[in-house]
Structure formats: C-alpha cells, structure tokens
Design a protein around this ligand. Structure first.
Ligand code: NOJ
Ligand code: CA
Length: 548
C-alpha cells in the first residue's frame, strides 16, 4: 500500500531528502555489512525524523573499489545487501510510511568487472567493443582535467587484453561508457525502466557532465551530453509520472543551469558551489561568499529545484572555489593534512565545526531555509564524527551509531568484521553519540533536528518561494525574506561567534507582525524605521509575517 505524503508530481520541490548507504546503516544478519532487512527495521527512525525521500547510494553488485560506484550488474542487488525480494519489501515498507525512495544511476561508467567491459575488451570485433571509448594512443582529448588527482595520472588506461587504451574520467577501473553508441543509450533506459517498474521514485544520476567526448573540448557539459539526457527524460515522461531525476554535476551555477533545460532535462540538480561557501561564510563571519553565489545563480524553470546539502559521502569538495578560497578552507577546516583528499576535505559536519552545537544548528537552519530542497547525510542528525585514518573517503562512511551497546547496535558481528570500524573516540564515539541516548533526551541534536524538519515541512515557502536579501550594514548578519504569493518568511542569522546587532530595512513590509516560528512568540510590529535585531552568538531566527 502506498501512502505517500504528497500526491503532487512536483513533490520534490517541498521534500526533505536523506542520503544513506545501505552498507553503513544496519546489519540484520551479523556479517558486518548493513543490508535491506536492517534498513527496513530502521524505517521508523527515518519516518519519525520527518524526512520525505531517501536517497540510497549504489546497492548493485560491485567489486567495491569505489564503494559501489563501480557497478558490475545494473539490474541486481548486491548479495551482501540481501535479495530482490528484500529490496522490494523495503520499498513497500518505505512507501507505507510515506517515504519515497530514489536510487543511484551511475551511467557514465561501469566497473571493469562488468560483463559488458569483459566482452568489449575480449576482442576488437566483439559487438560490445564500441560500448566503451577506445584508442590506439593515449593522446586524444588532451588537456581534459583529471578528477581523482590523488590516484590517477591520466584519463586513459592501458588494457593489456586488447592492447589498447580506454577512457575513464574517474578511477582507472571505471571505464567510461560510449554514449555515442545508441545501444548503450537503449540499455541504460532499460535499466531505468527496470527499477521504475519496481516502484522507485527516481534516480540520483551520477557524474552527468562527462557522457560524451569531443576532440578540442573539455569533454564536459557538451551539447551532445545534454541531448542524451533529454532523450532519457523524454522517455521517462512518456511512461511514468511523479518521478524525479537529480543531477550530480559539480559545476558552476551557469554550467549547471542547462541541465534543467526548459524543464525537460533534470527535475533537480545539486547546487555544489553553495556548500563550501556556507562553511566559508561561517568561518569568515561574513555573509559575502554566500550572498555572491546565490546572486550569481540563474533562475530555473518552475518545475525544477536545486538540491542543497552540507555534507555527503564524498569529500567536502573545493572544486568550485578559487585557489585562494581553497587554501583558506584547507587552512581553517583541514589543519591535519590527513583530512585533505583530492580537492577537498574528508570530514563530517560536527567535527568541521568543532562539535559546536550552535554552529551545527546555524548551518542546519541555513540548509533548511535557503532556496532548494535540503539533503541530509545519514548520521549528521546525531552529530556523528569521522575517522581520517581510513582510506579514500571512508572517513565519513562509518556505521550508523544506534546505541551505546555492542557495535553501536549496528551489527552483531565480531567488531573486527565490520566493513568499517565504528567511531569510538571519547568525543564522537558511539558510547557518547547515538540515536538511543538522543531519543531519551528532549534537548538532543536529534530531537532538535526533528523539530527543525517539522517546521520546514509545514512552511511551503522554503521550497517554492523567491529569495530577497536585506543586506544590513553589519556583514556578520545574513538576512533574507522568502516569499510565495501572500506568504512571507523572514530569516535572520548571526554568522558570528559573538553577539551582534543589525538594523534591517523592512519598510516594504511595514505593518507586518513577525511571529517566531519555533516558539510562536510575537515580535514588535514592523514600521518604517530600521528594525533592530539583537542576536547572541550563531543565533538564527525564522519569522512568519502576519498582517493582523
Ligand atoms: C560521484 C560519486 O559521488 C563518487 O562517490 C564517485 O567516486 C564518483 N562519482 C565516481 O563514480
Ligand atoms: Ca548483513
């Protein structure tokens, strides 16, 4: 039975998303790896948190050299995660709680273990040869940037079997599919249809800018790539309704804008550059970086939506900042060089802000009130820590901390067998930071986050409204209104660790009475003179404006 919270086909414009990896969530059979029965048993936690849609990271068979983003079979469930039936049961149980589910579509590349690649490399006249991008030399597409700069030296890798080079934008074990080949496009649509028919609500589409290569270009964001994506969207719209496609395009806003097309390409796209600027604004105690990027963001079609986030399973990426800004971010947020990877920082939200509850709240408050649909990363609702001694980006992928008991309630396996060790230090360890203890404490971060989500969810203007900045003289204060029709919300945030006062010019709202949205307190009526806001360190206020 499906009892989704909203029947609106534009549901994603109001939704709060929650990202998780099945593997790290809950292990039902004590083999050290989270699985679908485990996840299903934790759906009540997610429903009570108040989120609307789960985003599952890849749950396909994989050699796991890139944590599942190296897929070896697109229409099966990784055996360690359970069976197809376990997945279907999970999906129906999620739907029964009103939760939608999107899954991952890694379409740019496969694992080199995928049967398609095995066939393609087996001989140059194999029918699947042309499913990948081959070359006799490694000097084609010169100058195309390397993304995983800590591990890869070239976008070409030598295949000793067929004695030629193949193209890969990510790890060398992830050969890029050849989207010039109609058979590849056909196959990917068949994969999408397979999961849509099982009832998934959409896809987070991985690495979309890199589908097509052309000599003399950056091989990124090419018109030919957009054409492929538009074709997939048209096929989706012809056969299904109420589904969402969310693009992962780590690019500047003006380069991401075309992924929305005229509302005929992606429904949603992550807004990557806003994320480091939220952290930058916090550290600088200055709204400028955040304001600049939002003002530079082009408008998008009405049916489209940005996806915004504070953290995810990858490094806090610093690709979309200047050299100077990147150095600043590294100096301030990754003093320990181990915390750095590629062009980013492999840390979680709580340690990034030194465990400061006020800063976690302020950042979460911004996430929930800026334009776009917020995406929470699992574990951040309880303030989980990270482990920079683990390889790759595993520092932020450790098992969910459910309670203070054996293996944090994540698994009954011997601790040595867990796919990643639990965080167990005195500050962020599972004995101190876990769901069960935060359930028992009404003032915990978990309960605070619940309340935040609840207020966000009943305030449609956050998902759909316009934004207007107020720009008081005090740069430490970020103030804006969100407006849709007759609804206006005023958001005022103190980015500084010291008390601040700001004079807001609210003359255009004269006559309105601000009602604080968490406690319902009535503030003085707005007049024509500057509205004085006094704020403690890292305070933020949300006001609903009423004309009474
Ligand atoms: C983007 C994913 O977020 C990341 O985890 C992965 O390594 C790359 N795509 C390559 O698939
Ligand atoms: Ca398991």
């Amino acid at each position: 039975m499906t009892t989704l919270r909203s029947a609106d086909p534009l549901w994603y414009k109001d939704a709060v998303f929650y990202q998780l990896n099945v593997k790290s969530f809950a292990d039902s059979n004590a083999d050290g790896i989270g699985d679908f029965p485990g996840l299903t048993s934790k759906l009540d936690h997610l429903a009570s948190l108040g989120v609307d849609c789960l985003w599952l990271q890849p749950m396909y068979p994989s050699p796991f050299k890139d944590d599942g983003y190296d897929i070896s079979d697109y229409t099966s469930i990784h055996p360690g995660y359970g069976t197809r039936q376990d997945f279907e049961h999970f999906l129906s149980q999620a739907h029964a709680r009103g939760l939608r589910v999107i899954i991952e579509l890694v379409l740019n590349h496969t694992s080199d273990q995928h049967a398609w690649f095995q066939e393609a490399r087996s001989s140059t006249d194999n029918p699947r040869r042309d499913w990948y991008v081959w070359s006799e030399t490694d000097d084609r597409y010169r100058g195309v940037r390397i993304i995983f700069i800590d591990t890869e030296l070239s976008n070409w890798a030598w295949d000793p079997v067929s004695k030629s080079y193949y193209w890969h934008r990510f790890f060398s074990h992830q050969p890029d599919l050849n989207y010039d080949n109609p058979a590849v496009r056909e196959e990917i649509w068949a994969v999408m249809k397979f999961w849509l028919n099982l009832g998934v609500d959409g896809f987070r589409v991985d690495a979309v800018p890199y589908l097509i290569e052309r000599e003399g270009t950056s091989c990124e964001n090419l018109p030919e790539t957009h054409a492929v994506l538009k074709e997939l969207r048209a096929r989706l719209d012809a056969d299904f309704t109420g589904k969402v496609l969310l693009a992962e395009a780590n690019m500047w806003p003006e380069d991401v804008r075309p992924y929305f097309g005229a509302g005929d390409e992606f429904h949603m796209s992550f807004h990557f550059p806003i994320m480091p600027r939220m952290f930058m604004a916090l550290r600088l105690e200055d709204r400028k970086p955040l304001l600049d990027i939002i003002e530079r963001t082009p408008s998008i079609p009405d049916s489209c939506q940005w996806g915004i986030f504070l953290r995810n399973h990858d490094e806090l990426t610093l690709e979309m900042v200047t050299e100077i800004e990147r150095q600043y971010m590294w100096d301030e947020y990754a003093k320990d060089p181990r915390a750095r990877i590629n062009l980013g920082i492999r840390r979680r939200l709580a340690p990034l802000v030194e465990g400061d509850r006020r800063r976690i709240e302020l950042m979460s408050g911004l996430l929930m009130s800026l334009p776009g649909s917020p995406i929470l990363y699992y574990g951040d609702e309880i303030g989980m820590g990270d482990n920079v001694y683990l390889g790759d980006r595993n520092s932020v992928r450790t098992p969910m901390q459910w309670n203070g008991g054996f293996n944090a309630g994540f698994s009954g396996a011997d601790p040595e067998r867990l796919w990643l060790p639990l965080i167990s230090n005195a500050v962020y360890g599972y004995q101190a930071v876990n769901v069960e203890s935060q359930e028992r404490n009404s003032t915990s971060l978990l309960n605070w986050t619940r309340r935040l989500i609840e207020v966000r969810r009943v305030t449609k203007v956050f998902g759909r409204g316009s934004i207007e900045f107020l720009k008081p003289e005090n740069h430490r204060v970020l103030a804006f209104t969100r407006t849709q029709g007759r609804d206006t919300v005023l958001v005022v945030s103190n980015l500084a660790g010291t008390a601040q006062v700001a004079e807001l010019d609210l003359a255009r709202l004269a006559g309105a009475i601000p009602i604080e949205m968490f406690g319902g307190s009535i503030f003085p009526r707005i007049g024509h003179e500057p509205y004085i806001m006094m704020m403690g360190p890292y305070d933020f206020y949300w006001f609903r404006l009423r004309w009474l």
